[in-house]
Design a protein around this ligand. Structure first.
Ligand SMILES: [Zn+2]
Length: 97
């Protein structure tokens, strides 16, 4: 009939519910079990348990537990990449020997 009938809002693929994110939420639910909803990308909880966009503490120096730039998301990611590179080189060296 109309274009509207094509849209299925309840079945639209939600990126925050996809298994491609790191894992389950794991928050304790009212019946004592763990929340099995997928985590929001880049967060540790699902969107119902504090993972909603805009929720949570501010990033960087605006955060209360900020001490220095050594533990910002960028710095952690940089170290992770470096570690991976080192491991790769080690594997390469192993293959050569
Ligand atoms: Zn949850």
């Amino acid at each position: 009939m109309s274009l509207k009938s094509k849209a299925k809002p309840m079945q639209s693929p939600d990126p925050t519910l996809s298994p491609s994110s790191q894992g389950r939420c794991g928050a304790k639910t009212r019946n004592g079990s763990r929340c099995r909803t997928w985590r929001v990308m880049g967060k540790r909880r699902c969107r119902m348990h504090g993972g909603a966009p805009g929720s949570g503490a501010p990033k960087g120096s605006r955060n209360g537990s900020y001490k220095h730039s050594g533990f910002t998301c960028e710095a952690i990611e940089e170290r992770r990449a470096l570690r991976e590179m080192v491991a790769e080189f080690r594997d390469m060296a192993k293959a050569l020997w």
